[in-house]
Design a protein around this ligand. Sequence first.
Ligand code: OTD
Ligand code: ZN
Ligand code: ZN
Length: 346
Amino acid sequence: MTHTLTLRRPDDWHLHLRDGQMLAAVLPETTRHFDRAIIMPNLVPPAVRSSDAAAYRDRIMAALPEGSGFKPLMTLYLTEDTNPADVAQAHANGLIHAVKLYPAGATTNSASGVQNFDNVRGVLEKMAEISLPLCVHGEVTDPAVDIFDREAVFIDRILDPVRRATPGLRVIMEHITTSDGVEYVKANDKDLGATITTHHLVINRNHILVGGIKPHYYCLPVAKREEHRLALRAAATSGDARFFLGTDSAPHTDPNKESACGCAGCFTATNTMSILAHVFEEENALDRLEAFCSLNGPAYYGLPANTGTMTLKKGDPVAYPEKIITGEGPVTVFDPGFPLHWHVET
Ligand code: OTD
Ligand code: ZN
Ligand code: ZN
């Protein structure tokens, strides 16, 4: 039995850090274990122009714990008014590593997202030309489509047509939650990757709804049936380079989660690596954890893997805080529902 595991330091290819007091409180939870992260731009107001992304990057750098070498990889929030030249400039000077597409209204702070895809054609063509990835929140917002079907319908109605119309566009399907997402990625060799979250490897929709409603398991895209969770686990642990970790760790305070209209998002930054080691061990795939967390993501983004290493050791249950205290209120750490035994060595 393996009790010690050493891997290249991991990265998080999909992370929400927020701003202000929340940023200050949650940032160390990520920088403790991750060297880099793709930073989501869904602030209020969103980071739309390169000047917004540069200012946000500076606020993150100013909030870093002393001595941290963490590197935030910035993104721009795509709107129908996004200027292709601004995007190209921000990419050329190394500020941004991706552009984020939210269909308008699909998730938290996505109101300024895209409604008419014809209006972003110019930006997408520019991105294909300069090989800048598009990170996609893949859910339709059509009220007639059942929330559990919104990812599968998005692939057919929007993603596939957009990709066909824009040859060479490099796409990352963010936080896939269905076997449909897995199969779509696997059916396409080129220019398509997908991130998978920690929590979608652990929970299915029963965890949210059976035995009382569990607001801390509610996120978007919402967890689906068990067969989809199993498809995600198979993809994540397969070693297939098109699948990599994006935690989608998304902090909300307890009052905002435990409410008659609770916010979507699971906060997994604190215990993600211990949970993933547990999941990969269950799938007899500990030897592929490094590919998922540390190698496949940088390869897709055209960046070198981190040079440092992380060691995980199996032992007594890992003690982690139930909540992170922030200046805005407590944030509950994701509870996988089982004890964790893989400790990240410090
Ligand atoms: N999903 N919550 C948030 C974003 C994501 O779709 C996402 O990326 C958030 O709070 O920003 C969530 O459930
Ligand atoms: Zn999303
Ligand atoms: Zn997200």
